[in-house]
Design a protein around this ligand. Sequence first.
Ligand SMILES: Cc1cc2nc3c(=O)[nH]c(=O)nc-3n(C[C@H](O)[C@H](O)[C@H](O)COP(=O)(O)OP(=O)(O)OC[C@H]3O[C@@H](n4cnc5c(N)ncnc54)[C@H](O)[C@@H]3O)c2cc1C
Length: 390
Amino acid sequence: MLHRAVALNAPLIDATPDEFRVALVEWIDARGTELQPTYHDHGTTAQLLDHQRDLQRLLFDDGWMRWGWPTSVGGIGGSPLFRAILGEELTTRGLVHSAAWSMTEVLGPAVVHFAPALATEVVPPMLRGDERWCQGFSEPDAGSDLGSLRTTARHSGDDWIIDGQKLWTSWAHHAQRCIVLARTEDGVAGSRGITAFFVDMGSPGIDVRPLQTMADVDEFCEMFFDAVRVPDSRVIGKRGEGWAVAQHILACERGPIFWQRGGWLLRHLAEVAQLTEPGDARAEQLLANAYAQVIALRARSRATQRLVAAGHLRGADSSIDKVLIAAADQAVFDAARLVFAGEIELDDSDRADRFRKEWMYSRAATIYGGTSEIQRDIIANRLLDLPRGS
Ligand SMILES: Cc1cc2nc3c(=O)[nH]c(=O)nc-3n(C[C@H](O)[C@H](O)[C@H](O)COP(=O)(O)OP(=O)(O)OC[C@H]3O[C@@H](n4cnc5c(N)ncnc54)[C@H](O)[C@@H]3O)c2cc1C
């Protein structure tokens, strides 16, 4: 299988991003409808993730999913920009949902960076879609203030024993692995004394309970850990230094992943524009405003992709990308709602259902990955050095 992928992709070893894109688009076009989702409108969470798995297998086996990843984790190497181009081409064509696609880009890089030995074992099946991962950070009383998390892990022999509760864990009920933050050091509060663990979701003592979003989708879950054993070899990074792992993951979640989401937004905006009556000044105004916001995001996001490709993952700076995506996301689906006045509230058509779910999901854009209030706080304090209010 690897020989086939390398043979297929060998001419791309020295390709520019544009040449890579041309070759990828040829491959996508040659596949025809084979890559299209078979489910209706948005599909269920299970359908969406199963389709993504099937797509990832095709992409991995033909090499596309391996570009931009190090050879040590089953990649072919090459610029990380190739990963961004792959995500963009798939989401812009509606072949995969941007939200689910981003998980490889949020969690994968941290494991490669902080746990290279473990990564050689666990990253290839994740890239191929054979395994899904989830992110166990938030807790009932620890969201914005993540450093106040209370899940604990105590050392026992060669294992750690995890106890506690996580909340809002996306796709946990469909995941085989989870990156869990837990407090490991006695007498140390806040962001210090936290360790990151790579946990098998099939371990005894894990109870996962799906929650419905307001769009009636079972996207996220609450998770309970009751004396869950995790071996020493599954610590990501160093004991007590999980905050650095968390910051790496949050930097990915707030910046680089929005390149593909931007493609998804442009696709939806184009769909609304095509259905707008020519000469409808109000609709044109709404669309123009949304377009300006998406393009502002794209400009920023393009620069972010280039920095990441050059090895500079930004911390606090990624809060700017996060504020921009939240504004653009809501502007696009607010425009859709007003242009299709009444339709997305009342209609039962596939289009109404798709846009209704997207509009509702866009409300979460100011929350997931850290709320817009928190991002503005980071920008004010850490980037602009503004004085804190009294
Ligand atoms: C769709 C979705 C998917 C998610 N997936 C995951 C996941 O996979 N894994 C995971 O770990 N978490 C996940 N989350 C959780 C997410 O990270 C948290 O919801 C987010 O960090 C906010 O935390 P909270 O919900 O506890 O709100 P809170 O922290 O309780 O905040 C409530 C309100 O108070 C405001 N606020 C809080 N503190 C301050 C402050 N200091 N200054 C100004 N305003 C403040 C906030 O902005 C917000 O408006 C997901 C959330 C959503 C919506």
